[in-house]
Design a protein around this ligand. Structure first.
Ligand code: SF4
Length: 365
C-alpha cells in the first residue's frame, strides 16, 4: 500500500526509521505537505501538535497519528485521528496498514481509536529486526530505551522495558553506506549495557569495527549524547582514538542536587562537574544541557543553576539552555513551568552574546 507521511520539523528521523520498516513489509511511505487522498501518517511532537491536530481534524482521508505527543495524549488525539499508534511503530504501523488494506477493523495491540480505546502494545521492537534506514542515508540507532526515569523525559515512557541495542553486525551493515557515521541513542557510552553499568569493551568493539579510513565517526555528540557518570577516562579515550568529534554532549540539567533528586536523574552536580573536568582533560569541549523553570524549583535553586552555568562557561564548556516544558506522558505533564528569575535572563543573555550558550530564547533574552 502507498501511504503518505506528513513532513514536519523534528520528525525526519522517525520517517526514515518507519519508511525502512514499511519497505520491508511491502508498503511504501511518500512524503507530503498536507493530507492526501491516501492514508496519511502524522508524527506529533509538542512543537507541531497545535497545527497538525487541526489539520488531522479537517483531513478528508484515513489519518494515523504517532510520535511522542500522540502517545502521551492518545485519548485526545484519537478523537480526531482515525488511528493512534502508541510508542514504537516499526511493527505496529505495517500491521495496521495490512488491516486497513484488508478492510478489517479490530482492536490492534499498540493502537488506540475512538471506537476500541487503548490496546497496549504486545511487543518491544528488536532493533535488528528492522534496518536503521533503507532508501538514502540516515543515522544508526544503536540503542533504544533508557532504564532511568527522569521526570521530564518521554524516552522511558515511549520505549518502556529498559535499554536494547542494535547488534554490531547490523550497525556495521548500516555504516557501509555512510561517510559520516552518526548514532541515535539516549546514552552512547551505554552501548551494549543495561544502561546502568557501562560495558566499554562493547563500545570499543563497535567503534573499532566501524572505523575505516574513508569515514568519520561521531559518537556522544549530535544526535546522540551521554550521561555524566558514564564519562570516564576510558570512555573519553575511545572518543579521541576513534571519533571525529571534538565535542561531547551530556545533560547536567540542574545546578541543584535537590532538584536533580526530585527529577530522579540518578547523578549529582559533582558528577557533572567531574565529567566536565575529565572531558576537558582529554582535549574535548563539553556541551552541557541545563534546564530552568521546573515547577518545584525555588528561586535559590534557579540561582544555583545560573551559577553553575557561569562556572561551566568559564571552564570552557558550551551550554545548551532549555526552559522546562511539560511533556505529555511524563510525571510532570500537568505541571506549569516556573518563570526564570530576572538574574537568569541577564546572566544567560550575556553568555549567549559571548557565544558560550545557545538554546531557549526565553532564557537567553
Ligand atoms: S537519562 Fe536521558 S533518556 Fe534517560 S530518562 Fe533521563 S533524560 Fe531521558
Amino acid at each position: 500500500m502507498r501511504v503518505s507521511w506528513r513532513r514536519s520539523p523534528g520528525t525526519e528521523n522517525s520517517r526514515v526509521v518507519l519508511a525502512a520498516a514499511l519497505d520491508q513489509a511491502g508498503h511504501s511511505l511518500e512524503v507530503c505537505d498536507g493530507p492526501t487522498d491516501r492514508v496519511t501518517c502524522y508524527s506529533l511532537n509538542e512543537t507541531n501538535f497545535p497545527s497538525l491536530i487541526r489539520e488531522i481534524a479537517s483531513a478528508n482521508c484515513i489519518t494515523i497519528a504517532g510520535g511522542p505527543s500522540a502517545t502521551g495524549r492518545w485519548d485526545e488525539v484519537c478523537r480526531v485521528a482515525d488511528y493512534v499508534v502508541i510508542g514504537e511503530g516499526e511493527r505496529t504501523l505495517p500491521r495496521l496498514l495490512d488491516m486497513i488494506e484488508e478492510g478489517r477493523d479490530e482492536p490492534l495491540p499498540g493502537t488506540a481509536t475512538a471506537g476500541w480505546g487503548f490496546v497496549p502494545p504486545d511487543h518491544a521492537v528488536r532493533l535488528d529486526a528492522y534496518p536503521a534506514f533503507s532508501r538514502g542515508r540516515g543515522y544508526i540507532e544503536c540503542s533504544r530505551g533508557c532504564p532511568q526515569a527522569c521526570a521530564f523525559c518521554q524516552t522511558p515512557r515511549l520505549f518502556p522495558g529498559g535499554m536494547r541495542h542494535r547488534s554490531l553486525d547490523a550497525c556495521l551493515e548500516a555504516s557501509h553506506r555512510l561517510s559520516d557515521i552518526r548514532f541515535v541513542t539516549p546514552n552512547a557510552f551505554a552501548y551494549g549495557s543495561d544502561g546502568r553499568t557501562p560495558r566499554l569493551e562493547k563500545v570499543r568493539r563497535l567503534l573499532s569495527c566501524l572505523s575505516r579510513p574513508d569515514a568519520r565517526i561521531w559518537f556522544g555528540t549530535f544526535p546522540s549524547e551521554v550521561r555524566p557518570e558514564f564519562v570516564t577516562d576510558e570512555a573519553l579515550e575511545l572518543v579521541t582514538e576513534f571519533c571525529a568529534n571534538r565535542r561531547l554532549h551530556f545533560g547536567l540539567q540542574s545546578g541543584s542536587d535537590r532538584v536533580l533528586k526530585r527529577l530522579a536523574r540518578g547523578h549529582t552536580v559533582a558528577d557533572g562537574l567531574e565529567a566536565v573536568d575529565r572531558t576537558l582533560d582529554h582535549g574535548l569541549v563539553p556541551v552541557v544541557d541545563l534546564i530552568l523553570g521546573f515547577p518545584f524549583e525555588t528561586d535559590d535553586e534557579q540561582a544555583e543553576t545560573v551559577a553553575v552555568a557561569v562556572e561551566l562557561a568559564g571552564r570552557g564548556c558550551h551550554l545548551h539552555m532549555h526552559g522546562f516544558f511539560p511533556l505529555p506522558g511524563t510525571p510532570l505533564a500537568d505541571r506549569s513551568p516556573r518563570p526564570p528569575i530576572p538574574a537568569a535572563r541577564r546572566v544567560l543573555g550575556r553568555l549567549a552574546l559571548a557565544g558560550k550558550a545557545t538554546g531557549s530564547l526565553d532564557l537567553l533574552g
